[in-house]
Design a protein around this ligand. Sequence first.
Ligand code: 8YV
Length: 317
Amino acid sequence: MSNSRGDVLIWGPMHGALMKALEDNFSVHRRWEISDFSSWAVAYGASIQVVVTSGVYGADNATLDLLPNLQAITSFGVGYDAVDTAYLARRGIQLSNTPQVLNHSVAETALALMLDVSRRISEAERFVRAGKWQQGKFPLGRDLRGKTCGIVGLGQIGKAIAKLASAFEMKVAYYRPSGPYADVAYAHYPDLRALAGAADYLVLVVPGGDETRHLIDRDVLRALGAQSFLINVARGSVVDEGALIAALREGEIAGAALDVFDDEPNVPAELLTMDNVVLLPHIGSGTQETRQAMADLVYDNLLSFIDNGVLVTPVVI
Ligand code: 8YV
């Protein structure tokens, strides 16, 4: 049998090359095709030592409870807010993610969103397709050049965004409550509202989870102001979506460009009606090159764990 390396539970459909590698080498159980998981778990639960999931799927504790011999979860994506790390720590279950390999793609998406919402690219494209060009000119957009890119979360992806923003001749500033980074020359703000006040584009790239839930509330949006834009490539949970919709409705900010939402794939209906809002279906890391690299890293983590009990890119929990 080719699937001789053991049993693996896969949470949801994964990148094609990863699925193939898993199916060729392991006894694969597809979580999303199991209708009665409790009955399945009686027969197979004890055989699962590793779960493969993604940052979006996560893994709920009630399901993991039925896998008594689970030792590791290898997750596709850098964010891991959809798993309960305290629960994993209690059970001694290790977790890996896919850091670094997606930095540049997510940064490109952030820049694409900034360009789109300020130059009104998607709106202009809708204008042409609707046959409106014949009836008049499209309104003017705004330059990125000379503006301030305020980054909330100056980690590896945040730094990649800062680099691209600098290439567009933007000023870069960042929020960090615990103080400035010693090795970073960008303007530092310990206060989020102060950064929002200084920013023309407030770019969110912090991890999701309880610590950052609704970090962006109505006050921060009001501080951002009527001439400035909100860009989110982090997690929907970082923004109070109700407050964002209200701020947009009242003209308290100039617009928003969002790759992530609170209840994906559902997008609040009112956002769909707003022309100064750009909406993407969580494609921050979604390039062929990057997704292949992420798939490879998930598989490397899995093999390394199976062979040596060690993850390549473990999350410290
Ligand atoms: C998703 C992401 O994980 O890396 C992350 O945190 O949000 C994305 O890369 C990926 O889309 C999962 O399918």
